[in-house]
Design a protein around this ligand. Structure first.
Ligand code: GLN
Ligand code: ZN
Length: 756
């Protein structure tokens, strides 16, 4: 049996691409230096897959920022405002991804959104009415050639036309239908060119097909692919889907003149049923996504082989594949020096998954599996009991009552009590929590970790940072202050370290967007809080000022969603365990005099099922209560804030209101302000701070710009419910741009107060 990898991580095992890109952005290295690093990475990734015996190795899965943006550029989808800057190709590309502020102009970045149900973010391409979609780039051809010259035949990958057109934003009056012919022509040209270069297979990624699709969508999909594939010659085309099953279009897909269809058996709950019900054409290859591309647990061979056997017994020609790109898992377990043998044997990162692919493909061909060591070892691993249970946690979980999910008195009443207690001005100003994690902050933390400085030295440094931050926030006149989060590497790992049941890695980085990587911790067992986590820092910060300082926590849904989850207990139970742990911290903060507590749910939307019919029953029905469980025990005068890093919650506004927070801040500046209409329509009760500027880009927003944004917000939100804040934490920013930005923000709030 042959094997296939949908996509490979690209940032580098030691985040080489991140560091090179950041140097390039600062002007410290040249374009050619950056390109050289990229080439080395690409070749090394392809070589390791080749060594592991993978048959279908992807190329063009590499990206300097994002694969959807690459595909847009390949198709000539570059808005005028970026082309007009007159920058080099790569700088035009980075201007779209990150914004540009310099000699040649001042342009914001394109919007950025979460990629399906993952924590990877894509750049939203924009199609203008006069956009001429046509083959305009060479990246996919160059990278195919590069691998070929290195001696490896690869399967070039681009985002498929349907997913591309579905994720683009249309800025004018035209719709996807108006671009049908142009897109068909472009994809045909891509196929032809790849074929001329000698490519045998091309992979079109079509994750959009796992969503709910209407009749109009289906018709469009059919037209699109009938057009694209119309006079394809020898080169073979694989339509690769992932993150779910294709129940709405299974019959359409299997009826298309494609040569391979990639289906996800891990997240695709109905994949096996679909094959059972409708069969699978004998003249096509089924790329069976059975090795989980998203999680880091070992594959259970017996289960996987059972499915493969079933497929083979139906006479289907199958290739064993990863369920999605390996972009979502770290490179290799071998970089982890501190994980115990007892734990590590349960995991497989990208490289180890390549071994699983090979072993499984071999086992699939063998009848007497019990005679193969790899099979026996895997069976033994899953037969043995893993040491991961905590009776006390399970008892506490069982004892939760309905009333534990309800905060009293009701929000309206609390609002009055809090307005009296805090006496904040109208349009109160605040930030989301973190301040720039400058070199000295990171150095201090790493010196402490390495044992080069004492705990007292480490803390003293952070206290000085906090004091400086508090003074400075007072000086510029912010109303609700933060301590700056200097003690945290990131918002999940930091909490996980104080939770029992969690495991940590040293180098298990996963790309979140562009150069930003995260190191998701692993939920190994039952979770509880070991010790107070943030209390000392918050209490210290509050002791320095009379203004309220927000306590700053990460909520249970986000902690869960940004961890690698267990596969042996339900999401509901796992999330509820974390909620109880964070509840302990909330009550501790309150007891110690912290009067405003922000519980970040940056990732709440991330795991919202891709199909609407599953939203409540498979997610919101327990995720929202988990959040309420965290704060239901506080006094009425304690103000609970939450924060989300996106504004696409238009369709779940009632659920967000149901979290029963007093205030919510969220991203709004990088997308249009549609969310405000929806909030108004739904009579959203929670006070709201839609971000007034974009923190993902280094540009400094002007006072005017912020005033304009606030005026628009005032049209939709009541004055006494509107907060003024950036759209996310400032940890990834430099101090140079942060201070002027916040000075402008406070200035803008003052202007608006005078208008109100
Ligand atoms: N409080 C966090 C911060 O400011 C929130 C981060 C986030 O939403 N991703 O960094
Ligand atoms: Zn955020």
């Amino acid at each position: 049996m042959q094997t296939s990898v949908v996509g490979y991580p690209r940032i580098g095992a030691n985040r080489e691409l991140k560091f090179a890109s950041e140097k390039y952005f600062k002007g410290e290295i040249s374009e050619n230096d950056l390109f050289a690093v990229a080439k080395t990475l690409r070749l090394s990734h392809i070589r390791s897959q080749k060594e592991a015996g993978v048959d279908f190795i992807p190329s063009n899965d590499f990206s300097f920022y994002d694969g959807l943006l690459d595909t847009a550029v390949l198709c000539g989808i570059v808005p005028k405002r970026y082309r007009q800057l007159g920058l080099s190709d790569i700088d035009t590309y980075f201007a779209m991804a990150r914004g540009y502020q310099g000699e040649k102009g001042d342009v914001k970045a394109l919007a950025m959104k979460k990629w399906f149900n993952t924590n990877y973010h894509y750049i939203v391409p924009e199609i203008e009415d006069d956009t001429k979609i046509s083959l305009s780039g060479t990246k996919v051809f160059d990278e195919y050639n590069e691998a070929a010259e290195d001696g490896t035949e690869t399967k070039p990958v681009i985002i498929g036309a349907y997913t591309l057109l579905s994720l683009c934003r249309y800025t004018g009056s035209k719709k996807r239908e108006d671009f049908l012919d142009a897109v068909i022509g472009t994809y045909k040209a891509i196929i032809e060119k790849l074929e001329n270069r000698g490519a045998k297979w091309i992979q079109f990624d079509e994750p959009y097909l796992v969503r709910d699709l209407s009749d109009a969508d289906k018709e469009f999909l059919t037209k699109l692919y009938q057009g694209i594939l119309a006079d394809k010659d020898n080169v073979k085309v694989l339509i690769q889907t992932y993150y779910g099953d294709v129940r709405d279009v299974y019959e359409i897909l299997t009826g298309l003149p494609v040569d391979g269809i990639g289906l996800d058996f891990i997240e695709g709950k109905q994949t096996a049923n679909l094959i059972e019900k409708y069969g699978f054409p004998k003249d096509k290859l089924l790329f069976a996504g059975l090795v989980n591309g998203k999680n880091i647990w070992r594959n259970q061979y017996s289960k996987t082989l059972e499915i493969l056997d079933g497929v083979k017994n139906k006479g289907i020609n199958a290739v064993l594949s990863t369920s999605c790109s390996l972009l979502h898992v770290p490179y290799t377990l071998s970089a982890e020096e501190k994980l115990s043998e007892e734990c590590r044997k349960h995991f497989a990162f990208a490289i180890e998954k390549l071994t699983e692919l090979r072993e499984l493909a071999r086992l699939a061909e063998i009848a007497d599996r019990e005679s193969v060591d790899a099979y026996l070892a895997n069976a033994a691993l899953f037969d043995a009991k893993r040491d991961c249970e905590d009776e006390a946690v399970q008892r506490r979980l069982a004892e939760i009552k309905e009333s534990d999910y309800v905060r009293l008195p009701e929000r309206k009443e609390r609002e009055k009590i809090q307005k009296d207690a805090f006496k904040l001005p109208k349009f109160p100003t605040t930030t989301i929590g973190s301040f720039p994690q400058t070199g000295d902050v990171k150095k201090n933390r790493s010196a402490f970790r390495k044992g080069e400085i004492t705990e007292e030295q480490y803390k003293q440094f952070n206290r000085e940072k906090i004091e400086r931050a508090i003074r400075w926030q007072e000086e510029i006149g912010l109303d609700v202050l933060v301590h700056g989060e200097y003690e945290r590497n990131d918002m999940v790992e930091y909490f996980g370290e104080s939770l029992s049941g969690y495991l940590f890695t040293e180098k298990a980085w996963v790309q979140s967007y562009g150069t930003r990587c995260l190191k998701p911790p692993i939920i190994w067992g039952d979770v509880s809080r070991k010790n107070p986590i943030t209390v000392e820092w918050s209490v210290y910060a509050q002791s320095l000022t009379d203004k309220p300082v927000k306590g700053m926590l990460t909520g249970p849904v986000t902690i869960f969603n940004w961890s690698f989850p267990r596969e042996d207990i339900s999401i509901r139970d796992s999330m509820t365990q974390i909620a109880l742990a964070i509840r302990d911290e909330v009550l501790d903060l309150e007891k110690n005099g912290i009067r405003i507590i922000q519980i970040d749910e940056a990732a709440l939307r991330e795991k919202l099922p891709l199909r609407k019919s599953d939203w409540y029953s498979e997610y919101l029905d327990f995720a929202i209560p988990a959040f309420r469980l965290v704060h239901s025990g506080v006094k009425p005068e304690t103000q609970i804030h939450t924060h989300m890093c996106y504004s696409e919650f238009t369709d779940i506004i009632p659920a967000i209101d149901n979290m029963d927070a007093d205030v919510i801040t969220f991203e709004a500046s990088r997308s249009d302000l549609l969310i405000l209409d929806a909030l108004k329509e739904c009579n959203f009760e929670t006070e709201a701070g839609p971000g007034v500027y974009d923190i993902h880009s280094p540009r400094v927003p002007s006072v005017d710009e912020i005033v304009t944004a606030l005026r628009k917000m005032r049209e939709k939100l009541d004055d006494d419910k509107l907060w003024v804040n950036p759209d996310c934490g400032l940890k990834t920013r430099g101090e140079e741009e942060t201070k002027p930005s916040l000075i402008n923000l406070v200035q803008a709030a003052r202007i608006i107060r005078n208008e109100a």
